[in-house]
Write a protein that binds this ligand. Structure first.
Ligand code: ZN
Ligand code: ZN
Length: 231
């Protein structure tokens, strides 16, 4: 018997949001996911074309832009939480298979125009990787990298500090302090790309990706963008 069929019999797939059997995200919940219509600046979170950081919000070592596929509403919140804490790799694949074609082509068109760009998944600390078995950001980056034909760089930075889960920290300051100094550039990576698109599952306070952006820019990366499933 095929291993996945065996697992399905043992643990039948049920919708992470409503509990209906058959899929991790059932069709009716999938239809309720809201696609981002207007992007926002990653700093003031007010409307901005292509999610670019407003000129007045720019500082040295800050991110240059943010784009996301869906709004992070209650349904998606439940789904992503279940994937992470129940370690369901197949759930991530299901979300990505639901991405609307139109949104994907808009994003593809936007990022493909960038030259000398690499996609970078947010690295997971080796302890967490051992615990969870997979890095969800790597799964997502793999998908975007394949569909947009943008190379992925998984070695550029690594997670030095095993941080406390960001979702359990309530305020922005705690989140920023938690990730401060958590990432390091891999000095064995001899070529520093000009542009980087950091890939993550969710944008909430943005503290993790902002910290990565700071490390990358201090190492000579010129532009750093963020692309997430939800915000
Ligand atoms: Zn459902
Ligand atoms: Zn702004």
């Amino acid at each position: 018997m095929n291993k996945s069929i065996f697992l399905d019999l043992l643990f039948p797939k049920a919708c992470f949001s409503c509990g209906k059997f058959g899929r991790y995200i059932c069709i009716s919940c999938a239809m309720k996911l809201r696609v981002v219509e207007g992007d926002v600046c990653p700093y003031c979170e007010k409307g901005s074309l292509y999610g670019l950081t407003h000129p007045k919000c720019k500082r040295t070592y800050r991110l240059d832009g943010l784009r996301s596929v869906y709004y992070y509403d209650t349904i998606l919140h439940k789904i992503i939480k279940e994937i992470k804490y129940r370690c369901v790799r197949g759930g991530i694949k299901e979300i990505m298979s639901l991405f609307p074609q139109e949104k994907m082509s808009t994003l593809r068109f936007y990022y493909q125009n960038m030259i000398e760009t690499n996609m970078l998944p947010v690295p997971l600390h080796r302890n967490k990787l051992k615990l969870r078995g997979f890095n969800q950001s790597l799964e997502i980056a793999n998908f975007f990298s394949n569909t947009m034909h943008i190379p992925m760089d998984t070695k550029l930075i690594y997670r030095k500090k095993d941080t406390f889960p960001q979702a359990q920290l309530k305020n922005r300051r705690e989140r920023f302090q938690n990730v401060r100094g958590a990432f390091k550039i891999n000095i064995q990576n001899k070529t520093i790309p000009r542009k980087i698109i950091i890939i993550d599952d969710v944008w909430t306070s943005g503290s993790t990706t902002k910290e990565i952006g700071r490390v990358l820019k201090r190492s000579g990366v010129e532009k750093v963008f963020v692309l997430t499933i939800a915000r």
